[in-house]
Design a protein around this ligand. Structure first.
Ligand SMILES: Cc1cc2nc3c(=O)[nH]c(=O)nc-3n(C[C@H](O)[C@H](O)[C@H](O)COP(=O)(O)OP(=O)(O)OC[C@H]3O[C@@H](n4cnc5c(N)ncnc54)[C@H](O)[C@@H]3O)c2cc1C
Length: 231
């Protein structure tokens, strides 16, 4: 059983898959999203979304509908559940070069629903688990768990080329994010006396500052197919 579908198949109706599909839809490109579950999955409750996320949501055209039910966060409190140290507080108001800092805690369910609402009917195909992808000349054959096969063009190289420049320019950012996550995780997990002392008495304010600095990074713009989308 083989069916020819459009140029673009997206595997997974999570935040990444639905956002990609909506981004393409805004550019006038149709895609089909294959989701293994029989309904939208919501793992976790909410996301803390910062400026870059709001830029992306605005480009997708769902920023304002999501702002309404989610209040802007004004500050952050870091506390240790082990020591009895007073919590360290930090304002999230804009400062320095940043004109405005927008941080909200967005409910995952509302985000997924907002993405789906804007997609044309029939974009998501539920109960469609991809089990393998097979090369077939210029095409790819996508095998689903129910035995059906979907045929799509092999656009991988074009997409790879489009993303390469963007990724290259942001290599240092990736290094910073990964090394920060590693060091913070190491400090959180450490049980030694010195680390425990540093973690509970000295580092909370510093770590909050690092988080805010990393989140204030401006992700810039990504150009695809002569159209420009902020990510
Ligand atoms: C409890 C929890 C809390 C979190 N909180 C945050 C947070 O506050 N902030 C943050 O940035 N991140 C958070 N994360 C991480 C966040 O969940 C992920 O970054 C985000 O969901 C990734 O989105 P995604 O679309 O890539 O993947 P997913 O949301 O995992 O979506 C993937 C989709 O693909 C489907 N799928 C998988 N395999 C197949 C297949 N073979 N065929 C068809 N469909 C398939 C799955 O069913 C799923 O629906 C949290 C994660 C968890 C578990």
């Amino acid at each position: 059983m083989e069916a020819s579908v459009g140029d673009i198949l997206i595997v997974g109706a999570g935040i990444a898959g639905l956002t990609t599909s909506l981004g393409l839809h805004r550019l006038g490109i149709r895609s089909l999203v294959l989701e293994s579950s029989d309904t939208l999955r919501e793992t976790g409750f909410a996301f803390t979304t910062w400026n870059n996320a709001w830029k992306a949501l605005d480009v997708l055209g769902i920023g304002d509908s999501l702002r309404q039910p989610h209040q802007q966060l004004q500050g952050m409190v870091v506390t240790s559940t082990i020591s009895r140290q007073p919590p360290s507080e930090r304002s999230l108001k804009s400062e320095g070069k940043l004109s405005e800092r927008e941080i909200r805690c967005v409910r995952r369910k509302l985000l997924l629903e907002a993405l789906v609402r804007e997609l044309p009917i029939g974009t998501i195909r539920f109960s469609s688990k991809v089990v393998s992808v097979e090369e077939s000349g210029y095409f790819k054959l996508v095998h689903l768990a129910d035995g059906s096969i979907l045929k799509t063009k092999d656009e991988f190289r074009r997409i790879e080329m489009g993303l390469n420049k963007f990724a290259k320019e942001r290599r240092w950012r990736s290094f910073q994010l990964i090394s920060t996550a590693y060091v913070v995780g190491f400090i959180h997990e450490s049980k030694g006396k010195i680390m425990t002392f540093l973690r509970d008495k000295i580092l909370p304010a510093f770590l909050t500052g690092v988080l805010i600095k990393r989140a204030d990074f401006d992700c810039g713009e990504l150009s695809i197919l002569n159209a420009t989308a902020s990510v």
